[in-house]
Ligand binder design. Structure first.
Ligand code: OOB
Length: 561
């Protein structure tokens, strides 16, 4: 049997790992053979990869985070000790472990330790709360939860306990940092007396980790990424982004997100022997001193942060002259803003149009300014298949906008355990329907024009309208709700909830926002604005067509914005 069957198809035996998921085959054999023959898939697992980089770059600095500074050899040694701790704790290879760590000194050694122990991280953002974490743990059947003791004023111990009570698969909780929670194991206790000295075997075609999708319907879906496909995506990205052993990458965005992870991200940086600096916050007053102190050459930001950095750059006393490449992506960067990057920050802008499901497009560093400013670039791989289709499913003429479909050596062909979403999001011949409306320019670069699906892209954070509507509907005074994206000069988009109350009921917008926040969801999902309205128009058959309702509400209220 060729190694094209990921572990989801055949979960390893053992109590934790044997939680069967949908049998899916990520890549058919003929594609897998092609990707190997082309050299994209090197048949190396993350554990092997850690051995490779530690051997090649041993004494170089790999990681700077606060007071912590680790060489490549140190990083592997730490990961091996943590892996030894996981093995000693009895976790079987293939078991899922939810990681909700911020950009701390613990993040990389822990994640690499999990890989080394043959475990499968499930990545959550620090902003996620009980509902999202419960959903992710249950969806992945994770057996352990790793969180910070505190981050940004939030105490994670009560969250950990609430999740454990709702998730039968969870059998261990770990907190990183000082805690008054005697019932929860300190992450540091995993530093085992006997480290793993060789990676616990995982096939390179197995699922390496699960990441969350932006999601347009209800809760986020889990994205299975294999060792082969992911390592290819960040190694190829490192070359496209001009990384090398003499460069320094700043992780400014949350490390669990695909963009700072692999586009080119800290993994891309480590793959070529560069130095990775972790910033606990993307704010200029945290990042600028780090850029000056460590000679940062590369980083990645979402558009609102790029704007903030440009605003702050004029007033800073910190030397930013080491910056060579600023990647901007996650949401549309306007041409006006893009044109200011080089004059204001003195570095090359690289537009990045990517998705956690796979496909990533970059403008190239030597592209003419007109391409860098006005387009979102072209795919990483010569074998990225791109289709741009009209609503009727036929290809649009070149240069015309249409819906983008993608297939290739690092684009998934199915979500984890989500047959219905898979039917909606993937074609029978393996294309992922991105939901993005794009145009292919004559020069081969893509321009993102908008999107066909209902989510709010708030500063790069994707919010499902449906998910927020469900939380609003849980309030006893609310009869109906529709959430729409509204253009915002700073965030790109903000969320606005139109709410119909039950007859005779009253509730104020702040009280309704507090109610939604109190439902245990990430703060960025709370509607930015709430507008009460007497009723929603229904369609001819008397049914509420949410999609057209959202469009109508939006054009009625915000057409001039
Ligand atoms: C990145 O990943 P996700 O999974 O959070 O979001 C993907 C979606 C895309 O489908 C598109 O709607 C939007 O985010 N997007 C952009 C964009 N980059 C992403 N829309 C317009 N212009 C861009 N440059 O956001 C992500 C993953 C890897 C690298 C960069 C971003």
């Amino acid at each position: 049997m060729p190694q094209t069957q990921p572990s989801l198809a055949s979960p390893p035996s053992g109590t934790d790992a044997a939680q069967a998921a949908d049998p899916v085959q990520l890549w058919p054999d003929d594609f897998a053979q092609r990707y190997r023959a082309a050299g994209y898939w090197r048949d190396v697992s993350f554990g092997d990869w850690l051995d490779e980089i530690a051997t090649r770059f041993g004494p170089n600095t790999a990681l700077v985070a606060g007071d912590t500074r680790l060489t490549y050899s140190d990083l592997r040694a730490q990961a091996q000790r943590i892996a030894g701790g996981f093995v000693a704790a009895g976790f079987e290879a293939g078991s899922r472990v939810l990681v909700q760590l911020p950009n701390s000194a613990a993040f990389l050694p822990t994640v690499l330790g999990l890989f080394y122990a043959g475990l499968v991280p499930v990545f959550a953002l620090p902003a996620h709360r009980a509902r999202e974490i419960t959903h992710l743990v249950n969806g992945s059947q994770a057996c352990a939860l790793i969180q910070p003791a505190q981050f940004e004023g939030f105490d994670y111990a009560p969250l950990a306990r609430a999740v454990q009570a709702a998730c039968p698969s969870l059998r261990a909780l770990y907190l990183d940092g000082e805690t008054q929670a005697p019932d929860i194991t300190p992450l540091a206790s995993l530093i085992a007396a006997s480290p793993c000295t060789a990676p616990r075997h995982r096939a390179p075609s197995d699922v390496a980790f699960l990441q969350i999708s932006g999601g347009t319907t209800g809760f986020p879906k889990l994205i299975p990424r294999t060792h082969n496909d992911y390592i290819y995506s960040f190694e190829a990205s490192a070359a496209i982004c001009g990384l090398g052993a003499d460069k320094t990458y700043l992780t400014a965005l949350p490390a669990a997100h695909n963009f700072p992870m692999s586009s080119p991200g800290y993994f891309g940086a480590l793959s070529v022997g560069a130095k990775v600096v972790m910033s606990p916050s993307p704010a200029p007053d945290t990042c600028f001193p780090l850029i000056a102190a460590h000679g940062v050459t590369h980083t990645g930001l979402v558009p609102p942060l790029a704007l903030l950095w440009m605003q702050a750059a004029g007033k800073t006393g910190h030397d930013l002259s080491s910056l060579e490449v600023l990647g901007v992506g996650g949401a549309k960067f306007t041409a006006e803003s893009a044109a200011r990057v080089k004059p204001v920050l003195g570095c090359t802008l690289q537009q990045v149009f990517g998705m956690a499901e796979g496909l990533v497009n970059y403008t190239r560093l030597d592209d003419p300014d007109a391409v860098i400013i006005h387009s979102q670039g072209r795919p990483i791989s010569p074998d990225d298949d791109i289709l741009i289709l009209a609503e009727d499913g036929t290809p649009v003429p070149r240069g015309t906008a249409g819906l983008l479909y993608a297939r290739g050596p690092y684009t998934i062909r199915a979500y984890h355990n989500a047959p219905e979403a898979n039917r909606r999001s993937f074609t029978p011949d393996g294309f992922y329907c991105t939901g993005d409306i794009v145009r292919l320019r004559a020069d081969g670069n893509l321009e993102v024009q908008g999107r066909a699906t209902d989510h709010i892209n708030r500063a790069g954070e994707k919010i499902s309208a449906e998910e927020v509507e469900d939380h609003l509907l849980a309030h006893p005074a609310v009869f109906d709700a529709a959430v729409v994206a509204v253009p915002d000069p700073y965030l790109g988009e903000r969320s606005c909830a139109f709410v119909v109350l039950h007859a005779g009921e009253t509730v104020t917008p702040p009280a309704l926002k507090a109610f939604v926040r109190g439902r245990g969801i990430a703060g960025f999902k709370t509607p930015d604005q709430i507008i009460f309205t007497p009723a929603f128009a229904t369609t001819a058959v008397g049914k509420l067509d949410r999609k057209s309702l959202r469009a109508a509400l939006k054009s009625e209220h915000f057409s001039k914005e």
